[in-house]
Design a protein around this ligand. Structure first.
Ligand code: SF4
Length: 480
C-alpha cells in the first residue's frame, strides 16, 4: 500500500501542499517519502528519503521551492524491497522530456514486462514494478509524452493509481478496475489529486470527484481533459465490472475519507452493527456461542469505528480499554516479524482497571497473521480479564493480495489453513467470530459486482502469472 499526491496551480507554489498532502496519507506508507517537480530548465528534480514524511523531507525547503506543479509519494513495499532505490517518485529525463511517476498498486504482469524490456536492452535502477511504466513510456519516444503514457498503461495489468508529471501538466490515472482509490480535489484555481480525500481537508480543498476507473486526467493551463485508457479485449468483456478494494473500507483508508461516494467511517460502523446482529441472531461460525459481556473494546485505531457500531447495535457499552501509543507506526506495515511483535507491546496497552475481573468483546478489523490479536489477548489476560471474546469486522483473510496490499503468502495467513476454533485457541480468545462476506459487502453498500474480495474468497481478476509456487508479479508471495 502506498499513498500518492499531486498538485497543480496556475500561479501558487505547491511543493509544500504536496508535503502536507503526504502527511495526511502517512497511514498508507511509512518506509519512504518523496516529492518531484519539473524546473524551468525542463529538468526533473526529486527529493526523497527513508522514514516518515517529516523525517524524509524538509517542509521548510519545500515551502521555498518555487514550483507550481509537483507530485509526491509515501511508500511501504509490496513490490521490490524496502530500500532507498525503490523510494518514489521515480523520475527520468528521456527523449521527449522530463517525467516523474508516483504509483499505488501492484502490476501483475511486472516480471513478464521487465524480462521483455531487458531483452531489448533496458537497464533497471530499482526492483520496483513502477519502473516498467517509465521504460514502457520511454520506448514510445516518437509519441508525445501523454500518448506514450496512454500506450504504456495499456500494456500493464493489475492495479495502478498514478500521479504523473509531464511537461504537458499533471496527470492522474487509474486502472480500468479501480482497485486503489484516487480522488480529485480543488481549492480556488488549484487542483489536487490524492489517494484519499482526507488529504483535501488538511489543505482546505474540497473533494470534486473520484478519478474514474480507466480514466487518465490531464490537468494543465487548458483546464481538465479526460481520456480513457485504450480498450483491451478483457476490459471490453468486463467494461461494467469494477474491483474497488474492499479492504480499503475494512482497514486501510482513513475513516474521514470518502471512496466511491461511500464514507469509510459509515462503512466501518455498519460492519460493526452487522457483526453484532449476526452474533446475536446466529451461533457464531466457531460454534462457541454468543457472548454476554460487560463491555465492548477495540484494537485502536482501525477496529474502533466497528466497535462503536457493535456497541450501538448491541446496547453493550463501549470502553476505550486498549490505549494506543500514537507515536509508533502501524504494526501491519512493519517489515519484520520481530519488529511486528515488539511493536504490538510498544503500541497497544490494555487497561488493567477496566479489564480486571470483567468480560469483554474485543473488536478488530481483521486477522492477518494473528500475531497482533494473540499478543493483545494475552496482555488482556495479564490484566485478569475473566473472558475475552474476539469479533472481527471482516471475513477471514485466506488468500494473498496481488493488487498492492501487504497481506502475506497463504502459509502465513492465520485463516488460510486453520479452522476458526484453531485460531481462537491460538490467539487465546474464549470465542471468535467474523463478519460474513455478504454482510461486509452490505455494509460497504456498493453494488456487489464493483468490489474486489479476492483476499477473502480467492476470486482474482487478472490472476498473476505463477511460476511454480512463486508469484511472478514481483510481490514475492508464495501462491499455494
Ligand atoms: S485482494 Fe483483498 S486487499 Fe487486495 S485488492 Fe482485493 S480486496 Fe483489496
Amino acid at each position: 500500500m502506498c499513498g500518492v499526491f499531486g498538485a497543480y496551480s496556475a500561479r501558487d507554489f505547491v511543493a509544500e501542499d504536496v508535503y502536507l498532502g503526504l502527511s495526511a496519507l502517512q497511514h498508507r506508507g511509512q518506509e519512504s517519502a518523496g516529492v518531484a517537480w519539473i524546473d524551468e530548465n525542463r529538468r526533473v528534480n526529486v527529493v526523497k528519503g527513508m522514514g516518515l514524511v517529516h523525517e524524509a523531507l524538509s517542509q521548510s525547503v519545500l515551502a521555498n521551492t518555487p514550483v507550481t506543479r509537483a507530485i509526491g509519494h509515501v511508500r511501504y513495499s509490496t513490490s521490490g524491497g524496502s530500500m532507498m532505490q525503490n523510494a518514489q517518485p521515480i523520475c527520468a529525463n528521456y527523449a521527449q522530456g522530463p517525467v516523474a511517476i508516483a504509483h499505488n498498486g501492484n502490476l501483475t504482469n511486472f516480471l513478464h514486462l521487465r524480462e521483455t524490456l531487458e531483452s531489448r536492452g533496458a537497464i533497471f535502477q530499482s526492483t520496483s514494478d513502477t519502473e516498467v511504466i517509465l521504460h514502457l513510456l520511454a520506448h514510445q519516444s516518437r509519441r508525445r509524452p501523454l500518448d506514450a503514457l496512454l500506450r504504456a498503461l495499456s500494456e500493464v495489468r493489475g492495479a495502478f493509481s498514478l500521479v504523473v508529471l509531464l511537461e504537458d501538466g499533471l496527470v492522474a490515472a487509474r486502472d480500468p478496475w479501480g482497485f486503489r482509490p484516487l480522488a480529485l480535489g480543488r481549492r480556488g484555481d488549484n487542483y489536487y489529486v490524492s489517494s484519499e480525500s482526507c488529504a483535501f481537508n488538511l489543505l482546505g480543498a474540497s473533494f470534486v470527484r473520484d478519478i474514474e476507473a480507466g480514466e487518465v486526467l490531464l490537468i494543465n493551463e487548458r483546464g481538465l481533459t479526460s481520456y480513457s485508457l485504450p480498450d483491451s479485449s478483457k476490459m471490453a468483456e468486463n467494461s461494467k465490472r469494477r474491483w474497488f478494494c474492499s479492504f480499503e473500507y475494512v482497514y486501510f483508508a482513513r475513516p474521514d475519507s470518502v471512496i466511491e461516494g461511500i464514507s469509510v467511517y459509515r462503512a466501518r460502523q455498519e460492519m460493526g452493527r452487522l457483526l453484532a446482529k449476526s452474533v446475536s441472531t446466529e451461533s457464531s461460525p466457531s460454534g462457541i456461542g454468543v457472548p454476554s459481556v460487560d463491555f465492548v473494546a477495540s484494537l485502536p485505531d482501525s477496529g474502533t469505528t466497528a466497535a462503536l457500531g457493535y456497541s450501538q447495535e448491541s446496547g453493550i457499552p463501549f470502553e476505550a480499554a486498549v490505549v494506543r501509543n500514537r507515536y509508533v507506526g502501524r504494526t501491519f506495515i512493519q517489515p519484520t516479524q520481530k519488529v511486528r511483535e515488539l511493536g504490538v507491546r510498544i503500541k497497544l496497552s490494555p487497561s488493567p482497571e477496566l479489564f480486571a475481573g470483567r468480560k469483554a468483546v474485543l473488536v478488530d478489523d481483521s486477522i492477518v497473521r494473528g500475531t497482533t490479536a494473540g499478543l493483545v489477548v494475552s496482555m488482556i489476560r495479564e490484566c485478569n480479564a475473566s473472558e475475552v471474546h474476539l469479533r472481527i469486522s471482516s471475513p477471514p483473510v485466506r488468500y494473498p493480495c496481488f493488487y498492492g496490499i501487504d497481506t502475506p503468502s497463504n502459509g502465513d495467513l492465520a485463516a488460510a489453513k486453520n479452522t476458526l476454533e484453531d485460531i481462537a485457541r491460538t490467539v487465546g480468545a474464549d470465542s471468535l467470530s467474523y463478519l460474513s462476506r455478504e454482510d461486509m459487502m452490505k455494509a460497504i453498500g456498493l453494488p456487489p459486482d464493483s468490489l474486489c474480495t479476492a483476499c477473502f474468497d480467492g476470486q482474482y481478476l487478472d490472476a498473476p502469472d505463477v511460476d511454480g509456487e512463486r508469484c511472478r508479479c514481483s510481490c514475492e508471495k508464495i501462491f499455494e
